[in-house]
Design a protein around this ligand. Sequence first.
Ligand SMILES: C[S@@+](CC[C@H](N)C(=O)[O-])C[C@H]1O[C@@H](n2cnc3c(N)ncnc32)[C@H](O)[C@@H]1O
Length: 376
Amino acid sequence: MSSPVLNQAARILKLVQTGTPADQALRESLTQDRHFTDPAGRRAVSRAVFVYFRWWRWLDPKDSLQKQTEAALTLQERFDKNPASFKAEALAARAVPDWLKTEMDLPADLLRQFQRDPALWIRTMSGKGESVASRLGNCTPAVLPAFRFQLSAFRYSGLKDLYRTPEFQGGEFEIQDLASQLVGHACAPQPGEIWWDACAGEGGKTMHLSDLLQGKGMVWASDRSARRLAKLKLRAARAKAFNYRIAEWDGSANLPTKTKFDGILVDAPCSGVGTWQRNPHARWTTQPQDVQELAVVQANLLNHVAGALKPGGHLIYSVCTLTRAETTAIADAFTAAHPEFEPVSPDPKSQTPSPVTLWPHDLNANGMFIAAWRRR
Ligand SMILES: C[S@@+](CC[C@H](N)C(=O)[O-])C[C@H]1O[C@@H](n2cnc3c(N)ncnc32)[C@H](O)[C@@H]1O
């Protein structure tokens, strides 16, 4: 590895040590550094930083950050050549924090997946899949035999900076993880329906719902963060999506509207363990108490939105995490407390169980948990 890349990675790691999250430190440093204006250089630095956090517990903290990063890259190369040479016990002990094993199962395949470079997924707008894929090149359609969804997901393995392509700027595709796309499909909004994306954030799933509605119907997008909702508006403008409305909501019982919905999506804040392949720094900043605190928020969000659903309407709960407290425990408690809600499969046309856990090693994507109910 060239020393400019190692030096730049070390500068970013120093910033992270002062409390800046790795993805933010990368964004800030790489936009300011005139030595890394080309996409290949930026990619090499980002990868070096992520590889460092993936192999962090194998490294010697007495070494310089440059030397540690170089050692991490060597470990990554060894792993990529022969993943089985890393025993599951060693990965369980070092690739994830100790507290995780009390919160969830840790299959060897998951731990190995966490140590790989993540795949990049795009979601093309309805009817544009083939055309966008052939113009971008290096796109492989997702094939998921377990589901009956009409997917518009492609894995991109090329070297273009996708954000700068005319197809992205013209709103023909979004960069969206495959597991997140499956949440939109589990909602399966029908043209003409009114949906509520209750934790819309920057609108990744709002935009998918809007597309699936084919412009007929409406998505209410709420979040407690006005800053995130402002980004949603920019995204919607790029996607030329108009069938949405924004409403700030703090998650309390005081709902933003009296409207009754055909469907509600609660894509709740969570510990994000399912994203630890893509964002390995989060392995070392997430705390077990986050899991307990977020589980309370998740249960409250579901209880608060439940009354806003029409009879026959669908409620979808999703989290990009895999801990029991935030997944099955939340779904079981909601089902027990709400006999008026019947659990249904997130993909009724297939044999998909309800709820469903999407594992990173099965999808080559983020981990995700999806539960669905129909109001009787
Ligand atoms: C998983 S993110 C949503 C991601 C988004 N749905 C997407 O696909 O891009 C969870 C969101 O919940 C919001 N949130 C956190 N706590 C909340 C609360 N108590 N009430 C409402 N929203 C909350 C956060 O601001 C965050 O945007």
